[in-house]
Design a protein around this ligand. Structure first.
Ligand code: ADP
Ligand code: MG
Length: 293
C-alpha cells in the first residue's frame, strides 16, 4: 500500500471532522461489513430536554431535581451533563455528592447532604419491586414517546421519575442508508436501555437487529460475536461503551462532548456532534484503499 494515499485519506477525514488514530484505523475501516450502534447519545441526542417529573406524594419536584443533579455531577454519562445543565439553568444550589458509586450504563448511587440516593434505570433503582401506584400514569403517558426515564430513590424509597426527551439524531436515517451504500451489510442497535425505548428509536431506522438491556459486559460479548462473523465497527459515546469500542475491529467514539474514556478506547473519533461523519469515514477509507492498492 502506498503510504501517501493513506496520509491523504487521514487528512481528508480530518477536514470532515473525523480523527483517525493512524493509517491502520483507515485500513481496518475499509474492511467493515457490520456496524453496531449504541443508542443513547449515539443514535439519539441523549436526553437534552426535561419533559416531566412524576413525583411521589410528599415529595417536591424542584428538590428532587436538585438532589438528582447534585449526584449526577459525579457521572460522565450524556444524560448527567444534561441534568446538571438543566439544574444550573434553574439556579438550583447543588450540593457536593459523597461516596458515589457509578454503575456504568445503569446509573449511580451516593450520598447528597444527609440522603442516600439511587438514580438510574428502573432495574437499578427498583430491582424487582413493583412500581407504586402514583408512577403508573406517567408510564402510560410516555408509552409512545422517544424518551429516557430516570428513576430516583431517596433512602430506599422511590421519590420521583424523570422523563427526558431522547430524540433521534436528524441525520441517523441517512447515515444508516449511506453505510449500506458503502457496503455495510448488517446494522445493529445495541443499548443499555430497555426494549420499549429501543424499539421506538429503531422504528425510524432500517436495522437488522435490536439488542436492548445490555450491560457493558453484554456489549463486549455482542461485539465479539459479530466480529467472529465479519469485520465489525462499534459506534458509541459513553464511558460504558469503552470496552465494546476496544473489542471491535474499529471503535468509533462520538467525541464532540470532550475527552472521555470512550474517545481513548476508540480508533476513530467523530469530532462534530453529528452522525453522518461515521459514514463519511467509511467512504474515505474505501476510496483511499482503492487508490493505495
Ligand atoms: P445506551 O446503551 O443506549 O447508551 P445507557 O447504557 O447509557 O444507554 O443507559 C441506559 C439507561 O441507564 C438510561 O436510560 C438511564 O435510565 C440509565 N442511566 C445510565 N447512566 C445513568 C446516569 N448517569 N444517570 C441516570 N440514569 C442513568
Ligand atoms: Mg450511550
Amino acid at each position: 500500500a502506498a503510504p501517501v494515499a493513506f496520509i491523504g485519506g487521514v487528512s481528508r477525514a480530518a477536514r470532515a471532522g473525523i480523527l483517525m488514530k493512524g493509517s491502520t484505523a483507515l485500513e481496518a475501516l475499509a474492511q467493515i461489513r457490520t456496524a453496531i450502534f449504541d443508542k443513547t447519545g449515539t443514535l439519539t441526542l441523549g436526553g437534552a430536554e426535561l419533559i416531566e417529573i412524576d413525583v411521589a406524594p410528599s415529595q417536591e419536584a424542584e428538590e428532587l431535581l436538585r438532589l438528582l443533579a447534585s449526584l449526577e455531577q459525579a457521572s460522565h454519562h450524556v444524560l448527567a451533563d444534561s441534568i446538571v445543565r438543566i439544574a444550573h439553568h434553574r439556579n438550583l444550589a447543588l450540593s457536593q455528592p459523597r461516596d458515589v458509586r457509578e454503575y456504568r450504563g445503569e446509573g449511580l448511587k451516593g450520598q447528597v447532604d444527609l440522603t442516600s440516593i439511587a438514580a438510574g434505570s428502573r432495574s437499578l433503582v427498583l430491582g424487582d419491586r413493583p412500581q407504586p401506584q402514583w408512577a403508573e400514569s406517567g408510564e402510560e403517558r410516555h408509552r409512545n414517546a422517544q424518551a429516557l426515564r430516570v428513576f430516583l430513590a431517596l433512602d430506599g424509597e422511590l421519590a420521583g421519575i424523570f422523563t427526558f426527551g431522547d430524540a433521534i439524531r436528524e441525520d441517523a436515517p441517512d447515515t444508516v442508508g449511506a453505510l449500506r451504500s458503502a457496503g455495510v451489510t448488517r446494522i445493529v442497535m445495541l443499548t443499555g436501555d430497555d426494549g420499549a425505548a429501543a424499539d421506538k428509536i429503531a422504528a425510524s431506522l432500517e436495522l437488522d437487529a435490536v439488542i436492548a438491556d445490555a450491560t457493558p459486559a453484554d456489549k463486549v460479548a455482542t461485539v465479539e460475536t459479530e466480529k467472529a462473523m465479519a469485520p465489525t465497527m462499534m459506534v458509541g459515546d459513553g464511558i460504558n461503551d469503552a470496552p465494546a469500542l476496544a473489542a471491535a475491529t474499529v471503535g468509533i467514539a462520538m467525541g464532540a462532548r470532550g475527552g472521555t474514556a470512550s474517545s481513548e478506547a476508540a480508533d476513530v473519533v467523530v469530532l462534530t456532534d453529528r452522525l453522518q461523519p461515521v459514514a463519511e469515514a467509511l467512504r474515505i477509507a474505501r476510496r483511499t484503499r482503492g487508490i493505495a492498492l
